[in-house]
Design a protein around this ligand. Structure first.
Ligand code: RIB
Length: 315
C-alpha cells in the first residue's frame, strides 16, 4: 500500500530569463526569453512526487494576490489537493528571480519566500492532525524555522518519517537534526551543516558520518557531476550521474527529492529510492522550467529500467 506523504514548504512564482551567460555585477545582458511559472522548492518537490505517483498533500502559504492564482491554477490542472493551502492576509506570495544560461544550463537564483516566511504556530497547530497521520513528512528550508521546527517536533513525536532537504543552505541546531530520519543536502548544503568540504566521494562519506554522529538516521548527498550518494550508517552507495542532454538544471534537486520520496512511499529501501531520485532529477533537466519540467511516472519507470537494467517494481 502507498504511504501518505505530506509536504510542508514553499510555493513561489518563478520569474525566469534565458540568455547566453550569466550577468556579473554591473552588467546588463540581453535575454532571449522570459517565463513566469510555478516554483518554490517545496511545491516543486510535491509536484515531482505527485507526478511520480505518490499520494501527496501539500501545505504552503500564499498571499491574497494574482501570484497566488499561479499556484492554485497549476495545482487544479495537476489534480493536486489545494485544501490545506494557508493564506496570509498581509504578505505577498513569494517569488524567485531565476537566470538560466542557455549554453551551460546553469542558473542563478534569488528567492523571496514572502508569505512562506510567516507560517505561524497556529497554522502548524491546525495542520497537526494531517502531519500526525502522514507516513512521510517532506521539508526544506524556504519557510520560517519556527514553523519548520514545530512541524519536525510534531512528526517526530508521532513517529512520522522526516525527510529534510536542507535547501537553501542554513545552519540548524543539532537537536533538530537529530530528529530527522533522512537528510538530503547537495554538496554545498552538506558542507554548511557538517563543516566538511565536499568535493569527492570520500568527502561525502565523511560528511555523512558527521550527520550520522549528530543523530540523523540516513544521509543522501547529491553531488552534481559525480552523481548521488547515500548512507544508512552501515552501507554507502554512490550512483553515478546519468547522462542526459541538459537544457536547464533549475529544480533538479527538487525532482530528485520528489522521485526519492515516491520510492520510499512505495516501501522501497534507501538505495532503490536513491536510484529513483537520480532518474527523476536527470529527466527534469532535459526540459526547461522547474515544476513544469517534472517527469511523469511512466517516464521515470521507463528511464529507470533503461539505466539500471531492471524494472522499478510496482508496489
Ligand atoms: O530549486 C529550484 C527552486 O528554488 C526554484 O523553483 C525557485 O523557486 C527556488 O526556490
Amino acid at each position: 500500500m502507498k504511504k501518505k506523504v505530506v509536504m510542508l514548504g514553499s510555493f513561489v512564482v518563478d520569474l525566469t530569463t534565458r540568455q547566453k551567460g550569466l550577468p556579473v555585477p554591473g552588467q546588463t545582458l540581453l535575454g532571449d526569453s522570459f517565463q513566469m511559472g510555478p516554483g518554490g522548492k517545496g511545491s516543486n518537490q510535491a509536484v515531482a512526487a505527485h507526478r511520480a505517483g505518490a499520494d501527496v498533500t501539500l501545505i504552503t502559504k500564499l498571499g491574497r494576490d494574482v501570484f497566488a492564482n499561479v499556484a492554485t491554477d497549476f495545482y487544479q490542472k495537476e489534480g493536486i489537493d489545494c485544501s490545506h493551502i494557508l493564506y496570509d492576509e498581509e504578505r505577498e506570495t513569494g517569488i524567485a528571480l531565476i537566470e538560466v544560461d542557455t549554453q551551460s544550463a546553469q542558473n542563478m537564483i534569488v528567492v523571496v519566500p514572502a508569505a512562506c516566511m510567516h507560517i505561524t504556530d497556529e497554522d502548524i497547530e491546525a495542520c497537526r492532525p494531517l502531519i500526525e497521520q502522514a507516513d512521510i513528512l517532506l521539508l526544506q528550508f524556504e519557510i520560517n524555522f519556527s514553523a519548520l521546527f514545530k512541524a519536525i517536533d510534531i512528526a517526530h513525536a508521532a513517529g512520522v518519517t522526516i525527510v529534510l532537504n536542507p535547501a537553501p543552505a542554513k545552519e540548524i541546531p543539532d537537536e533538530v537534526l537529530a530528529k530527522v530520519d533522512i537528510v538530503t543536502p547537495n554538496e554545498t548544503e552538506a558542507q554548511q551543516l557538517t563543516g566538511v568540504k565536499v568535493e569527492t566521494v570520500e568527502d561525502a562519506k565523511r560528511a555523512a558520518a558527521t550527520f550520522l554522529h549528530k543523530g540523523v538516521k540516513n544521509v543522501v548527498i547529491t553531488l552534481g557531476a559525480m552523481g548521488a550518494f547515500a548512507s544508512d550508517g552501515k552501507t554507502s552507495v554512490l550512483e553515478p550521474r546519468l547522462r542526459v542532454n541538459a537544457v536547464d538544471t533549475t529544480g533538479a534537486g527538487d525532482a530528485f527529492n520528489g522521485g526519492f520520496v515516491m520510492a520510499l512511499a512505495e516501501g522501497k529501501d534507501l538505495f532503490t529510492a536513491l536510484r529513483c531520485g537520480n532518474v527523476t532529477g536527470a529527466l527534469s533537466v532535459t526540459r526547461p522550467g522547474t515544476a513544469p519540467s517534472m517527469p511523469s511516472r511512466a517516464e521515470i519507470l521507463s528511464f529507470y529500467q533503461e539505466c539500471y537494467g531492471e524494472p522499478f517494481a510496482e508496489s
